[in-house]
Ligand binder design. Sequence first.
Ligand SMILES: [Zn+2]
Length: 295
Amino acid sequence: MRTEEQLRADIVELGRRLWERGYVASNDGNISARIDERRLITTPKSVSKGFMTPEMMVITDYDGKKLSGDRDPSSELKMHLQVYRDRPDARAVVHAHPPTATAFAVAGIPLDRAVLAEVVTTLGSIPIAEYATPSTDELPAACSKYLKAHDGLLLANHGALAIGPDLYTAYHRMETIEHFAKISLATRMLGRENLLSREEVQRLQGLRGMYGIAAPAPVCTDDNVTLGAGGQADCQVVQAPWAPTGTRLVANDPGLETRHERTLASLASLGGDGEIRLTYRELTALIEDAVRNLK
Ligand SMILES: [Zn+2]
C-alpha cells in the first residue's frame, strides 16, 4: 500500500498529466485516494491541477470533514465520497473534463458500443450519469446509480469520472475514456462503425481473468440496464449485436450485401400483406440502412 507521502507525490504527477493533456482547464478536476480506513487525501480547490505541490493536499474523513491541510477540498469531493461508499474496492478517484468524452456527455451519447477490444476487456461500457448540478448532493446520487457496475462514467453536461484500485489505474482509465471517445468520434465522422458481436464481447470479457482484470459487473442480457438493490445498475449495457454462427464481426462481411438485397427483394415481392421473418441481423441491417439514407 502507498504511504501518505507517496500518495501526495502521485497526485501531483497525475494532476500534471491531466493538465498537460488538456483534460482540465483553469482549476477544473479533482483527484482523491484512500490513505486508510479513516482518512482520504484529495486535491485542494481553486488550484490548477498542473501546478500543485505535495503539501497543498487536503486530508479529510469519509464524511468530507477536513482533518488537516491549509487549503479546502473541492466541492466536488462529495462525488468522490459517494464512490468510496458504493465501492469498497475503490482506492482512488479521478474526475476531469476531457473535451471529447465531455462532448459525448453533452450530446447524451454513452460510450457503450462494442468497437474496441481493449475497452471491452477493461472498462466494458461507459454510461452517462444523468445531469445534476455540480457540487450539490444530486450529483453523487446520479453517479451512484452506475457506480457499482462501472469503473468509468460520463457526467451529463459536465465531464468524466474514473475509479480504480490505485491512483495510476484510475488515471489510466480516464485516458482510456478520452481515447475511446476520440476514436468513436472519428469513426462516426467516417460514417461507418463495425461493432463487435456479442459473442466476441463475451469471449473478450472471459479473458479478463487471464489479464488479472476484475470487472465490476457482467454485460446486461439486453440493451436495458437492470437495477438491483437501491436502484443501482448491476450490469453493463454493451451495444453488440448477436452474430450468426461462425462469424465474429457483424457488419461488412462479404455475404451481407447479398443477403441484405435478398431481404429487400423478398420484402418487395410480398406486396402489402403477408408475413416475413427476418433474422435479428437482417433487421439491424435494414434499420441501419434506413438511418443512413435519412442522413
Ligand atoms: Zn467537474
